[in-house]
Ligand binder design. Structure first.
Ligand code: NDP
Ligand code: 2IT
Length: 445
């Protein structure tokens, strides 16, 4: 369709050095084509062009002093992509690879993901090329304070509500919140993923991983299968990966791999709850490397490699973008993998996605499968507004229901638009329609 291709051409020309952003936009625009073709209103008012241009991009200097007294300078960003259905909402990523392209892809994905959650949240993302690895708590605190000193004027509980992502966990959210409170002189739900004693929600730390496994269960149900005894390969060993593994164990699956940016471990006997508790301490407290697991428990460690060559029934990429390429996808399929469920954002590249879809395995794209994290952030916002915390069981039950609904919505939408079983088409169209209709209702803005 020329409108889609014309819009993509504009995006390419305007953002020539942003491969991740172009990748995310291309996937979404190409897969919403049936909805754009069927509905004239989506072809009018330059709607698609408005959708692919961020409402606002804030780029700023983040100077801070390290423990030796040296001043270091990083670049900070907040991308406010779309506020048609609610305040901007999305995480902050602190990682050396952070740049405009990465954050724009994440903010763009977030718009459709948040729409799928059923909650009123627009899409945004932010972060910095700062690397928290190897920094002292004091250094991380001074960086977070400097970051928030700029960002505080652009965020707020009804404006833009950041949260965590890679390199931003409970520690960083605490330092960011403390500085916001000083500057704004307000105690409000301006961030999610807060500590339980000061406005955080139970189940928010678990939500991305738990939600991803709930989503996998829904996919398996369509084929009368369960997770019990399934051999699972998980990548990553951070927040998303840890709670994906925890919930897989609750469901009776056998998890044989985890990884970090240096390599992966293969534990043929399976990662148990005790071993997982050790990993959580290693990663969240001691901040060590996954290699230490192999030394401790006698598992295999493969330096510089990803886990996709290990035989498995199900794969849960939970580390970062483009961690499954065409070759990895072929290997997974060749080894009999029949489910790929993405806890990470855009972990499979376009060629890998095409392979999974053409072989008709169960493929759960990130913006649907990992929406449990931001959905539970939305539940944290609800509790903050009410000034009333819910129990663990109440939040978990709501999270579960949201994941069931997202799957059902994506599944039914795929069928309605002539692509049964294709959750990429289903999730993208379902996410798009709600945002697009809201934009049309609100006029040319
Ligand atoms: P964490 O920082 O807690 O963990 C990230 C994990 O991924 C670490 O094991 C890290 O290894 C690994 N990793 C990061 N970058 C790379 C890389 N370039 N190559 C290989 N491994 C890498 O982050 P999260 O667990 O929160 O995030 C993981 C994924 O989940 C991301 O795609 C994120 O966007 C997505 N996500 C997170 C949500 C959340 O609520 N936290 C919600 C929805 C999605 P190392 O320690 O060596 O860097
Ligand atoms: O990618 C994501 O959805 C997140 N990092 C969570 C965002 C949030 O606002 O909870």
């Amino acid at each position: 369709m020329t409108l889609i291709q014309d819009t993509l051409e504009i995006v390419r020309k305007r953002n020539p050095h942003e491969p991740e952003f172009l990748q995310a936009v291309t996937e979404v625009l190409e897969s919403i084509e049936p909805a754009v073709q069927r509905n004239k209103k989506y072809r009018e008012g330059s709607l698609l062009q408005r959708l692919v241009e961020p409402e606002r991009m804030i780029v700023f200097r983040v100077p801070w002093q390290d423990d030796r007294g040296q001043v270091q300078v990083h670049r900070g960003f907040r991308i406010q992509m779309n506020s048609a259905i609610g305040p901007y909402k999305g995480g902050l990523r602190f990682h050396p690879t952070v740049c405009a392209s990465v954050l724009k892809f994440l903010a763009f994905e977030q718009v459709f993901k948040n729409s799928l959650t059923t909650l009123p949240m627009g899409g945004g993302k932010g972060g910095s090329d700062f690397d928290p690895k190897g920094k002292s708590d004091g250094e991380v605190m001074r960086f977070c304070q400097s970051f928030m000193t700029e960002v505080f004027r652009h965020v707020g509980p009804d404006t833009d509500v950041p949260a965590g992502d890679i390199g931003v966990g409970g520690r960083e959210i605490g330092y960011l919140f403390g500085q916001y409170k000083r500057l704004a002189n307000e105690f409000t739900g301006v961030l999610t993923g807060k500590g339980l004693a000061w406005g955080g929600s139970l189940i928010r730390p678990e939500a991305t991983g738990y939600g991803c496994v709930y989503f996998a269960e829904e996919m398996l149900k369509t084929r009368n299968e369960t997770l019990e005894d399934k051999v699972c390969a998980v990548s990553g060993s951070g927040n998303a990966a840890q709670y994906t593994v925890e919930k897989l164990l609750h469901k009776g699956a056998k998890v044989v791999t985890m990884s970090d940016s240096n390599g992966f471990i293969h534990d043929k006997d399976g990662i148990t709850e005790e071993k997982l508790a050790w990993i959580m301490d290693l990663k969240n407290v001691r901040r060590g490397r996954i290699k230490e697991y192999a030394d401790k428990f006698g598992a295999v460690y493969a330096e510089g490699k990803r886990p996709w060559g290990v035989e498995c029934d199900c794969a849960f990429p939970s580390a970062t973008q483009n961690e499954i390429g065409a070759e990895d996808a072929k290997t997974l399929l060749g080894n009999g993998c029949t489910l790929v469920c993405e806890a990470a954002n855009m972990p499979t590249d376009p060629a890998g996605i095409d392979l999974f879809l053409s072989k008709k395995i169960l493929y759960g794209p990130g913006k649907a499968a990992n929406a449990g994290g931001v959905a539970t952030s939305g539940l944290e916002m609800v509790q903050n507004s009410m000034r009333l915390p819910w129990t663990r069981a109440e939040v978990d039950q709501r999270l579960h229901q949201i994941m069931v609904t997202i799957h059902q919505n994506a599944f039914e939408t795929a069928k309605a638009y002539g692509h049964p079983g294709n959750l990429v088409v289903g999730a993208n169209i379902a996410g798009f329609v709600k945002v697009a209709d809201a934009m049309l209702d609100q006029g040319v803005v």
